[in-house]
Design a protein around this ligand. Structure first.
Ligand code: HAM
Length: 485
């Protein structure tokens, strides 16, 4: 199956690349996100921090930075191999699994994004999968809002890390907000949204006045209000200094709450492109965000439609986070909705900053995706009716008596040499016992060998289903059995 998928990628001019199973831990600490980091198998060997690769993208980009920067762009690469994540094993989720995927380095825009969608959907169709669901998102909306709200890089990472929990695992927005605010060092200070917002203008004012002027103003106001600043262990200057410091530190509760609420609204507006794109546009305009991400999705889907590949359903969901921290633009996932729940077969997207952050000479746009091979296998087997149980043997060769055993073994071996699967009756107890054994084991035919057959180089061939019996030379039996398979 991996070979079939890779052959499909080669039709689109992708070339194979190999990366090591054992990697530098550092490579994945930079841009993977907390969730992935928590799932890595990592250890120290002779003072070097190593890990089993949890995915390919960072490794392929490192390989590009180390040895392929001279190659003409765009560079199209495909790969396959074992990956490892410490997770609770369950249906379609194991600690060692196989990823098969591609990375396109040095191409941006709708054509490149559409080619990626085509490679993912087309490859699945090429191995016989139908009825899958394509979910398309874009990190642009959430990233823009986080910047606009002035949320720190650490805060942004925490929020992006919760996208998956909020949108797909039903996490409670209030609890998520409180946890993030606490992690940002404002635990216990989470005020309600209205009062939390008052801190931001105050912080701005202090910054604009400068320390000296702000101190003078604060002291003047406190004196005017008749609030005593003396008598304690701290000087008046110290008390005012601390108050100003606190005012300068913007309480993240309000912006974090705004971001979490926005993500919830994005998710609720998700749906087919025709209805979701206009509604998402209105929402982004309400938050004064650039709607370019929606244009990028629309254009990529228009180009993708030219390939004629047919997902059962296409859904837009701008709250799609993908759980990895390096994505910057269009992202997507492919699901198969089986009786036992949805199975994510593939995930990927655009990550235009990764090359630079891994030490590349310049920023290079890039995108890619990976399949979970075992999940693709599982989806294919769940989609097909289960094959009827095939018996282990095509024929039971049954000696009727101990004296018939050498001839029966000879006959069985002769049939096996012809590729016939043979069970030898090892308890020669007569015709009825042999037929009972074949019946119970579902073996479709029996070759009975007694004294008379032995003497004439024949067998009695019985077909269990038709209940027919005929005598035939041993040499003819193999031809007959092969024809019936
Ligand atoms: P990912 O979504 O973390 O993305 O993994 C890709 C695929 O691997 C998933 O869609 C799923 O089918 C499969 N998978 C993940 N975890 C497991 C597991 N525990 N057991 C079985 N299958 C699993 C990435 O890894 C990105 N590197 C994809 C990418 C490539 N993005 C850009 N380029």
């Amino acid at each position: 199956m991996a070979a079939d998928l890779r052959r499909f990628f080669e039709l689109y001019a992708y070339q194979g690349v190999d990366t090591p199973v054992l990697e530098n831990l550092d490579l994945f600490l930079r841009k993977s996100g907390d969730e992935m980091i928590a799932r890595m198998y990592s250890f120290t060997h002779w003072n070097r921090k190593l890990c089993l690769r949890p995915e390919f993208t960072a490794s392929v980009m490192r390989a590009y930075v180390n040895g392929m920067q001279e190659r003409p762009l765009p560079l199209r690469l495909h790969y396959a191999g074992p990956t490892f994540r410490y997770e609770k094993p369950q249906r379609g989720r194991s600690r060692q699994f196989t990823q098969v995927g591609v990375e396109t380095i040095g191409a941006s825009g709708a054509l490149a994004d559409a080619e990626l969608l085509q490679l993912a959907c087309g490859a699945l169709e090429s191995v016989g999968l139908r009825g899958y669901r394509l979910v398309v998102g874009h990190l642009g909306a959430v990233l823009q809002l986080l910047e606009q709200l002035g949320i720190s890089p650490h805060g942004q990472t925490l929020i992006l890390g919760t996208l998956e929990h909020l949108a797909r695992r039903g996490a409670e927005p209030k609890a998520v907000t409180e946890r993030i605010v606490a992690l940002l060092g404002h635990g216990g200070e989470t005020r309600d949204a209205a009062s939390a917002g008052d801190a931001a203008p105050l912080g701005d004012l202090v910054a604009r006045l400068g320390a000296e002027e702000a101190t003078r103003l604060a002291q003047g106001l406190l004196t005017l209000g008749g609030l005593p600043l003396d008598g304690g262990s701290r000087s008046a200057e110290e008390i005012v200094g601390r108050l100003l410091e606190k005012a300068r530190r913007v309480d993240p509760a309000r912006p974090v709450a705004t971001a979490i609420e926005f993500i919830g609204r994005l998710h609720r507006l998700g749906g087919p492109p025709e209805s979701a794109l206009p509604e998402l546009r209105s929402l982004m305009e309400e938050y004064r965000l650039d709607t370019a991400p929606l244009d990028e999705i629309r254009r990529a889907l228009e180009v993708f439609a030219c390939y004629g590949t047919q997902p059962d359903e296409v859904v837009i969901d701008l709250s799609l986070g993908r759980g990895l921290r390096y994505y910057t633009g269009l992202v997507f996932e492919i699901y198969q909705d089986g009786a036992e729940g949805p199975l994510q077969l593939c995930g990927g997207g655009r990550y235009d900053d990764l090359v630079r952050s891994l030490g590349g000479r310049e920023s290079i746009p890039a995108c890619g995706f990976s399949f979970g091979l075992e999940r693709v296998d599982l989806a294919l087997s769940e989609a097909k009716p289960p094959p009827p149980d095939r018996p282990a043997a095509d024929v039971l060769v049954a000696p009727l008596d101990e004296a018939d055993v050498p001839a029966a073994i000879g006959a069985a071996e002769a049939l096996r040499r012809e590729g016939v699967r043979v069970e030898l009756e090892v308890r020669p107890r007569g015709v009825r016992a042999a037929l009972r054994r074949a019946d119970r084991a579902g073996i479709p035919s029996v070759a009975l060998l007694g004294e008379r057959e032995r003497a004439q180089g024949e067998v009695v061939f019985r077909q269990m289903g038709a209940r027919t019996e005929e005598r035939m030379p041993l040499a003819q039996l193999a031809v007959r059995l092969r024809a019936e398979r």
